[in-house]
Design a protein around this ligand. Structure first.
Ligand code: SIN
Ligand code: FE2
Length: 205
């Protein structure tokens, strides 16, 4: 996106330190999806298992210096893909640049993500409300990019029992949360149609 367009992106404040940037990566949508395809060729999407033994409905892969994984032994970051024992694919520049620009637009300059979790939602897939808390420190924000078909984003509070707001996230919408919102519970309602992808950028280490 040109700087002019970026400066025109409507910024919707959804919480303290949290913003929804509608259509923020609209100019890069196709290039971002091409990069997802290239990553998938090296590190295919897979359904991981939670420590409780449930298969996740969302299929996942990663790129970057480290990647988020779960299995029966717990949630954690790993430098290598457990399926291939090879390092996760390098984070493409187009990913890194987008995450940095979105973080800056949300009030977090100098974001340096080292991890990008890529989620693929097939029909019926959902993400139960959770906190992103496997990272080493919580000073860096989370940048979450939606690609493809829409989904309902669940945005709660710092306690699991807090009231939840719902936002429809469309292709190329970006949500950024950090600071007082860094540990807010969030999730995705079951999607009717497949073909939704999400890129979650984090500073994990
Ligand atoms: C996540 O919290 O890991 C996924 C959020 C999303 O898919 O929008
Ligand atoms: Fe999350």
């Amino acid at each position: 996106m040109s700087d002019l367009l970026a400066s025109l992106t409507p910024i919707e404040r959804i919480g303290e330190g949290a913003v929804l940037l509608r259509g923020f990566c609209a100019n890069d949508g196709e290039a971002l999806m091409r990069a997802v395809r290239a990553i998938e060729a090296e590190a295919p999407f897979r359904h991981m298992v939670t420590p409780g033994g449930r298969g996740m409905s969302v299929a996942m892969t990663n790129c970057g210096r480290t990647g988020w994984v779960t299995d029966l032994t717990g949630y954690r970051y790993e430098a290598c893909d457990p399926t291939s024992a090879k390092p996760w694919p390098t984070m493409p520049d187009i990913f890194f640049d987008l995450a940095r620009r979105a973080a800056a637009a949300g009030g977090y300059p100098n974001f340096e993500p080292d991890a990008c979790l890529i989620n693929r939602y097939e029909p019926g897939a959902r993400m139960a409300p959770h906190q992103d808390k496997d990272e080493r420190d919580f000073t860096a924000p989370i940048v979450s990019v939606s690609l493809g078909l829409p989904a309902t984003f669940l945005w709660g509070g710092l306690a699991r029992s807090d009231k939840t707001q719902r936002f429809t996230l469309h292709d190329c919408d970006v949500v950024v949360w950090g600071g007082p919102s860094r540990l807010v519970y969030h999730g995705v309602a079951p999607v009717k149609n497949g073909g939704r992808y999400n890129l979650t950028f984090r500073r994990a280490r």
